[in-house]
Design a protein around this ligand. Sequence first.
Ligand code: SF4
Length: 302
Amino acid sequence: MEYRYNYLNNFLKEKFGERTLKICIEGGFTCPNRDGKKGIGGCIFCSSKGSGDHLKCKDITEQVEDYLKSERSKRANRYIAYFQSFTNTYGTIEELKNKYDAALIDDRIVALDIATRPDEITDEVVALLKTYTSKYYVWVELGLQTSNENTGKVINRCYTNVDFANAVNKLKANGIDVVTHIMVGLPGETHEDIVNTVDFINSQKIDGIKIHSTYVLENTKLEELYKSGEYKTLEFEEYMDELIYIITHLRKDIVIHRFSGDPPKDLLSAPLWMNHKKWIMNGLNNRMAKENLEQGMYYKIK
Ligand code: SF4
């Protein structure tokens, strides 16, 4: 399918010559923003499962084998081992290596995708990840959420934009690609914050992006704010407007991995339109076609 943006599906097809699917893996990690090393309680939107709520913790090799036996896996022949929940570089190097190796069970796995925090990208972690690059396509997903440091404090992310920039530079200097996450509709943010975050992203050597609308999960600090009326989620149309802004102002080379989060239905408090990811994808494609929009058409070097 032709997209008006640089979409992950096409990028993977081009890179691997065929459809390539992700295997979401629960690595049994925790997060330094939960255990007290960097902070306590975690980011205010994060559930106790560390943004991997649908995953079950069991032996890593078993998780991969189970997926490869499933009906879903039959849609492709090549796969990406994706360590999704919590901070997947938070552990000793030996521990990390054992966990990553446990997922790379045979040649059907062609890529390693590690989600983590910018402040947990040490030189040792980078050196370990680099060892995989001769055989696998390796990328690291780094949360940013926003370039507004004040919002960073409000959401209790407990790292800075400088931490982010340092992590990106270290990874890129060692041949490891970087995908970042940003969130639209964070508490207190306005369109100006989106403009600044997009400018910041464009100034970094990143390769990909995941764009999420902020959503409220049960039993999170954000839910407390939502219930007390101190936080209001975005309406669908408001999110679509910001999404269009982001895509049309984003560098053309940045691969868009997703346009929405993937909240577990049973834990989602708001907004309920987040349960309909197709609305976002279809709404976006229709609007971009109707208004003749393309990724990066308004990007300017600043
Ligand atoms: S850094 Fe990630 S895993 Fe840790 S609290 Fe924040 S969102 Fe959750």
